[in-house]
Design a protein around this ligand. Structure first.
Ligand SMILES: C[S@@+](CC[C@H](N)C(=O)[O-])C[C@H]1O[C@@H](n2cnc3c(N)ncnc32)[C@H](O)[C@@H]1O
Length: 385
């Protein structure tokens, strides 16, 4: 096996279970991509990984003890990932990349169907080894690939979308606590459904009262809105994705749950609603896409959030609840608090922080990989004196 040597000081990252090093953090490396042993400059063994200088992160570390990256290794990783989700039903994230010891691989389980995303060159190169292991460990009826992510494009890898194994229906049935969505898998966003907001949706359904008004902005297929409607609340869902809103419309019709839908840009719809005579909402949810992918985008995105929050606050009832989420690593709790404080000052509203929620357990957050904490939801309540 070839070796890479970490630069002095950079070995600490790997010793502390961080699974990646940039090319300029390596003292020496082989002249071709492949599986490598990772050593410190003093020749201490640090781990086993995959080296490819064309990758944004040239070295990805997969194990921190000696051994091959073979079928047995991947079987063990997948078995552990399954065991961690043993009590989480049949619809969950089965593999959450680094946090499950598999940088570059995401696997979502939708009942008997798995949807995978291969996000880096290492997992792409090792595909023939891990794929049979995943099939053996999870025994799906079918496996579909949605490797059309930005991260993959950054790696210089081509898109791969389609059936990888077995039988995959064109329309996935996604069952969340009895709300069944029928999602055309090839047309959907990401892996098809945002499993990561399930806990917050449950919480909303517990809190919302019949007759209340709920504004679900960035709704995707309207899983928040439908839960509110199931409780007898009025729900208005806003998204720009017509395909997703089509799923919402059909689901609402099939379940007999009325949900109003507005297709358009969130900021424009919020502004126009705030200018209209619409009655206030007791719950306003803002769950935007990953707005920030690089730190230098942060100032612009913070301004956008303040602009979104101003009309959102105008639409919020006295004592109402504001749910603000960020799935961007760079847009953390501090930034969310800051933008909300700025918007509240502009609108003369006083808020209290009721709760802060993070990734749910099927999207684990590894202490050693700060980037694995990506989802934050702050639940504010309007709090007039
Ligand atoms: C993180 S997802 C929302 C997930 C959703 N809340 C759920 O529970 O499934 C972000 C959504 O924002 C939508 N979106 C992105 N940009 C938008 C924009 N400018 N205006 C309205 N919707 C937008 C996307 O279509 C996507 O459905």
């Amino acid at each position: 096996m070839d070796c890479v040597i970490a630069k002095v000081g950079k070995d600490k990252k790997v010793r502390n279970f961080y699974p990646g090093l940039f090319a300029d953090e390596l003292e020496s490396a082989p002249d071709r991509p492949g599986v490598v042993r990772v050593l410190s400059h003093q020749n201490d063994f640090l781990g086993v990984g995959y080296y490819d200088p064309r990758s944004r992160v040239a070295l990805r570390v997969y194990r921190f003890e000696e051994g091959p990256l073979d079928a047995k290794f991947f079987l063990h990783r997948f078995a552990r990932a399954r065991a961690k989700r043993a009590r989480l039903g049949n619809f969950h994230r089965l593999v959450h990349a680094e946090a499950d010891g598999l940088p570059g691989l995401v696997v979502d389980r939708f009942g008997e169907i798995l949807v995978v995303q291969v996000r880096n060159r290492a997992m792409e190169a090792l595909r023939e080894t891990w794929l049979p292991a995943l099939i053996e460990a999870a025994a799906p009826v079918g496996l579909y690939e949605r490797s059309d992510t930005d991260s993959r494009r950054q790696e210089g890898l081509p898109e791969r979308v389609g059936v990888l194994y077995g039988e995959v229906p064109a329309v996935l049935n996604v069952d969340e606590d009895g709300l069944v969505f029928q999602i055309p898998i090839a047309l959907a966003q990401k892996t098809g459904y945002y499993l990561d907001q399930r806990e917050n949706r449950r919480r909303l359904e517990q809190m919302v009262q019949p007759g209340q008004r709920v504004l679900d902005v960035y709704s995707y297929v309207g899983a928040f809105a439908l839960r509110a409607a199931r409780k007898g609340a009025y729900a208005l869902a806003v998204d720009k994705d017509l395909e997703a809103l089509g799923v919402l419309d059909r689901t609402a019709f099939r379940l007999g749950l009325p949900v109003d839908i507005r297709q358009g840009d969130a900021l424009e719809v919020l502004d126009s609603l705030a200018r209209s005579k619409t009655p206030p909402f007791q719950h306003v949810l803002l769950d935007p896409p990953t707005l920030v992918k690089k730190p230098d985008e942060l100032p612009r995105v913070k301004r956008l959030l303040v602009d979104l929050l101003r009309p959102a606050l105008r639409l919020l009832d006295v004592d109402g609840w504001l749910w603000l989420s960020s799935c961007a690593y760079y847009l953390g709790v501090d930034e969310l608090l800051e933008v909300t404080r700025r918007a509240a000052a502009d609108e003369g509203r006083r808020l209290r922080v009721h709760a802060i929620q993070y990734n749910p357990p099927d999207h684990p957050w590894s202490l050693h990989v700060p980037e694995s904490l990506y989802l934050k939801t702050i639940l504010f309540q309007d709090d007039p004196l």
